[in-house]
Ligand binder design. Structure first.
Ligand code: PBG
Length: 329
C-alpha cells in the first residue's frame, strides 16, 4: 500500500501540523440579552445558561468575557409591553435602555466590538420585523424606521449595525442614512440569508418577540425570511447586500445551513458570519443534560464544523463557554 492517510494521524503533533481549520475566541461573538431594571439575572428557560441581564449586570458579564479574551458582543433588548407599539418608536428613542447600555459599554470598554440588532420585532406590538398593515408586512414603509433605528444605534456607539429584518433594500437604506448622519465608519453586518426557521424558539422566549396571536397578524415570518428549501436564492440576497454596501454577509441559522455558508464563502469576497442560533444551542444542551451527548466534546466540534464550512465569524451562545475551556482549537 503506497498511500496510507492514517500516517498523518499518528500523533497529536502530526495531527496538529495537518489540521486545516482553527477556531479561537477572536472568531466568536457572544450574544447578550438586556432587560430593563436593576439586579435582573433571569435565565431563559428554553436556553439554560443564557440570561437576561439588567444593564449593570450586563456590564459585569461583558467584563468577565473580555477577561477571557472575547471582544465581540451582539446585544438584544427584552422590551416591556408598555413600550411596544405598531411602529416600534421605542427602538430609536435615544434614552431607551438598550442604547443607554450600549453607550455605557463603549465608555467602559472602548476596545470591544459591539454589534446591534435592527428589526422591529422586539419593539413591535405585532411581533414582526416589519410594519404590519392590512394583515401584510409592508416593505418600503418599514425602511425609514429601520434607518432611524440604525442611526440611533450608531450614535450610541455600536461598531456594527446588524439588520436582521429581511426587508428588501434595507442595507442601502441603512448605509445611506448612516453616511448622511456622518457615521461613515460604522459597519453593517447584514443578515443576508436568514431563513424562516423553527430554531429561533428560545430567542423569541427570551425577548417575548414572537408574532402575536391576534387577528390580522401573520403567524409566521415566511413572507420575508427565506424558505429553508432554497440555496440558490441566497446568492440573490448576497449579491444585493454586497451591492448595497454590507461589510459582512451572514447566514442564519448556521448548523442546518452549512451548505449555504460554504456557497457564499466561495462566491463572495466579503467576510462570512454564521449565527449558531438559540434552538441549535438548545438541542445540544438538552441532549447533554440527558447524558446523551458529551457537551465538552460536542460543543467544540459543532463550532469547528461551522468554521470548516467557511464561517469567518460565529455568533454563538457558547462563546463564553468555549473561551472558559481554553478558547482555541
Ligand atoms: C430578530 C432576530 C431573531 C433572531 C435574531 N434576531 C428572531 C427572529 O427572526 O424571529 C434569532 C436568533 C436566535 O434564535 O438565536 N429579528
Amino acid at each position: 500500500m503506497l498511500i496510507r492517510p492514517r500516517r498523518n494521524r499518528t500523533s497529536a503533533a502530526i495531527r496538529g501540523l495537518v489540521q486545516e481549520t482553527h477556531l479561537n475566541t477572536g472568531h466568536l461573538v457572544q450574544p447578550v440579552f438586556l432587560a430593563q431594571g436593576t439586579n435582573i439575572r433571569s435565565e431563559v428557560a428554553s436556553l439554560p445558561g443564557t440570561f437576561r441581564f439588567s444593564p449593570e449586570l450586563a456590564l459585569e458579564e461583558i467584563e468577565a468575557c473580555m477577561k477571557l479574551g472575547l471582544r465581540s458582543f451582539i446585544l438584544f433588548p427584552a422590551v416591556a409591553d408598555a413600550h411596544k407599539d405598531k411602529t416600534a418608536t421605542y427602538s430609536y428613542d435615544p434614552d431607551n435602555f438598550y442604547l443607554q447600555t450600549a453607550r455605557e459599554i463603549k465608555r467602559r470598554f472602548p476596545e470591544c466590538c459591539l454589534i446591534s440588532d435592527v428589526a422591529m420585532d422586539p419593539y413591535s406590538a405585532d411581533g414582526h420585523d416589519g410594519l404590519v398593515r392590512g394583515g401584510k408586512i409592508v416593505n418600503d414603509e418599514t425602511l425609514p424606521i429601520l434607518a432611524k433605528m440604525a442611526v440611533a444605534q450608531a450614535e450610541a456607539g455600536f461598531d456594527l449595525i446588524g439588520p436582521s429584518d429581511m426587508m428588501d433594500g434595507r442595507v442601502e437604506a441603512i448605509r445611506t442614512a448612516l453616511d448622511h448622519a456622518g457615521f461613515t465608519d460604522t459597519g453593517i453586518m447584514a443578515y443576508t440569508a436568514k431563513y424562516a426557521s423553527a430554531f429561533y424558539g428560545p430567542f423569541r422566549d427570551a425577548l417575548d418577540s414572537a408574532p402575536r396571536d391576534d387577528e390580522g397578524i401573520p403567524k409566521d415570518k415566511k413572507t420575508y425570511q427565506m424558505n429553508p428549501a432554497n440555496q440558490r436564492e441566497a446568492l440573490i440576497e448576497a449579491s444585493l447586500d454586497t451591492a448595497e454596501g454590507a461589510d459582512f454577509l451572514m447566514v442564519k441559522p448556521a448548523l442546518h445551513y452549512l451548505d449555504v455558508i460554504s456557497l457564499l464563502k466561495h462566491q463572495f469576497d466579503l467576510p462570512i458570519a454564521a449565527y449558531h442560533v438559540s434552538g441549535e444551542c438548545a438541542m445540544l444542551l438538552a441532549a447533554s443534560r440527558n447524558g446523551w451527548l458529551d457537551f465538552e466534546k460536542a460543543m467544540p466540534e459543532t463550532l469547528l464544523s461551522i468554521r470548516r464550512a467557511g464561517a469567518d465569524v460565529i455568533i454563538t451562545y457558547f462563546a463564553k463557554a468555549f473561551a472558559e475551556r481554553g478558547g482555541s482549537l
